[in-house]
Design a binder for this molecule. Structure first.
Ligand code: PNW
Length: 481
């Protein structure tokens, strides 16, 4: 292996994969034996679960936590399903030991969680709140005591309400870097993987352009594009802040829900179209980070509404990363067309299947193409699936079981595509299932369940679903069967 180039290695792995797939046609067991067909993942592959602070913690007013934009938004009538809020959520602020136990029972090696900025800086900047930081140190210690490696997201949408103008203000990007510096300095002796932000489009466009998420604004394009810019600038400034405040070897990345473009047919021309779509369709966010610039097609498209960029911004935004985290749920089909652009989106027919959330259309190849397109374009050092999972209409039976066969179907198919991309030699390091627990699903409140553990929100009782049992087996065998 020592003298093999990366390219040759890719080929060797691909050849092995071909054998694995071809071999699948020839049973390795006697016909009739109840043996599973097994797709093994690379040795050392990291399996985990993901959550976010506002969605699980509750304890909204405990120990000096300041209000966030999501507290305000969820308490505004008409903004969330039935007025649901994250005041209590899964009460993980108090029950975190129980939740770590669930992780332990699954056998995960990693856990992705986020910090509530306003627990640590109740006013966004200024005086830190020691009790807030203590909480996260306790959670981290509990994880480490269970041999679980924490991956920490610094911002998963809950912005301190006290910051004037929120993401409309450039100062918020600077405040974020200061908070990132403080939090990672405090945790950096024990935590070695940090993600800056989660899903730019959700906290910028959905919050400030569409108004579906906090703070619920519908700004004109020019202002909304400036919000986007402040979001990616915050990321870039935080990368520098984390590096300056943590030991060398600390890995820094982000979690981004890049649009995943899947070729309608896996032929050369459509594959090329999907790759171009990936670059152009993610221009305001991931492309800007990977290339350190806004590409021409984006600037042309936005014209006089293009964001105002200060000298040095794009260099900061393009700061080198140790990994790219992709949150992948759904595909967007693309075909090559004769246009100058070279690609066009396919619209799905009304019969296209989806999970319990109407936006969550099912197309497991999105995992494969998400990783492949990003790697082919930008060659990141490593990729994680930082979220993948689905909502189901889960029912707890009187016998205490949740038979979420549709979630198992969804996960099994996505993990099969993850296996495909891994054996082809793409640099996929790990997978975080969204989510460990049913939780506060933002504007959908508690009406949509994404957990592999069922939560009774009245009693806070957690019950492993069929999908938890299934995932435990995946982890134990490092394989999908
Ligand atoms: C992600 N879409 O959000 C978030 O990171 C999680 O906090 C959330 O609970 C999870 O996915 C499930 O929704 C998304 O409309 C929200 O395509 C909306 C979309 C995708 C992801």
């Amino acid at each position: 292996m020592k003298h093999i180039t990366r390219r040759q290695f890719g080929k060797t792995v691909a050849a092995t994969a071909a054998v694995v797939y071809a071999g699948a046609a020839l049973p390795r067991f006697a016909l009739g034996d109840p043996e599973p067909t097994t797709l093994h993942y690379p040795k050392g592959f990291k399996w985990g679960c993901a959550t976010a602070a506002y969605q699980i913690e509750g304890g909204a007013r405990d120990d000096g936590r300041g209000a966030s934009n999501w507290d305000v938004f969820s308490h505004t009538p008409g903004k969330t399903y039935r007025g649901d809020t994250g005041d209590v959520a899964d009460d993980s602020y108090h029950l975190y030991k129980e939740d770590v136990k669930l992780l332990h029972n699954l056998g995960v090696s990693t856990y992705r969680m986020s910090l509530s900025w306003s627990r640590i800086f109740p006013n966004g900047t200024g005086q830190p709140n020691a009790k807030g930081m203590d909480y996260y140190q306790r959670v981290v210690d509990e994880l480490l005591a269970n041999n679980i490696t924490p991956y920490i997201t610094l911002f998963h949408w809950d912005l301190p309400q006290a910051l004037p103008g929120g993401w409309q203000s450039r100062d918020t990007a600077k405040a974020f870097a200061d908070y990132a510096a403080y939090a990672t300095r405090r945790l950096g002796d024990r935590v070695h993987h940090f993600m800056t932000t989660n899903e730019f489009a959700c906290f910028t466009d959905l919050g400030y352009r569409v108004g579906q998420f906090a703070p619920g604004l519908k700004l004109p394009d020019k202002e909304a594009n400036q919000v986007r810019h402040h979001g990616i600038l915050a990321h870039g400034l935080a990368v520098g802040a984390i590096r300056a405040n943590t030991p060398s070897g600390t890995e820094v990345g982000l979690a981004e829900n890049a649009n995943v473009y899947v070729p309608v047919i896996e032929s050369r021309e459509h594959i090329e179209a999907a790759r171009r779509a990936t670059r152009e369709g993610n221009a305001p966010f991931l492309t800007a980070l990977m290339e350190g610039k806004y590409i021409d097609s984006y600037l042309e498209q936005e014209g006089s509404n293009a964001p105002k960029v200060e000298p040095g911004d794009m260099k900061v935004i393009g700061s080198a990363l140790d990994f790219v985290g992709l949150n992948i749920y759904t595909p967007q089909y693309v075909r090559a067309d004769g246009s100058a652009k070279g690609w066009a989106l396919e619209e799905n027919p009304t019969s296209y299947p989806h999970m319990a959330s109407p936006w969550l259309t099912i197309g497991p190849e999105c995992i494969y193409w998400g990783v492949r397109n990003v790697t082919d374009l930008w060659k990141p050092k490593g990729i994680y699936i930082t979220e993948n999972g689905c909502s189901s209409d889960d029912v707890l039976t009187p016998a205490g079981r949740v038979e979420d066969t549709d979630r198992v179907m969804y996960l099994r198919n996505h993990l099969t595509q993850l296996h495909r991309v891994a054996v082809e030699g793409y640099p996929i390091k790990g997978y975080f299932l969204w989510s460990l627990l049913d939780n506060f699903e933002w504007a959908d409140g508690y009406s949509k369940r994404f957990g592999i553990h069922y939560v009774d929100f009245k009693t806070q009782k957690r019950t492993p679903k069929l999908s938890a049992e299934w995932y435990r087996d995946v982890i134990a065998t490092n394989a999908v069967e």
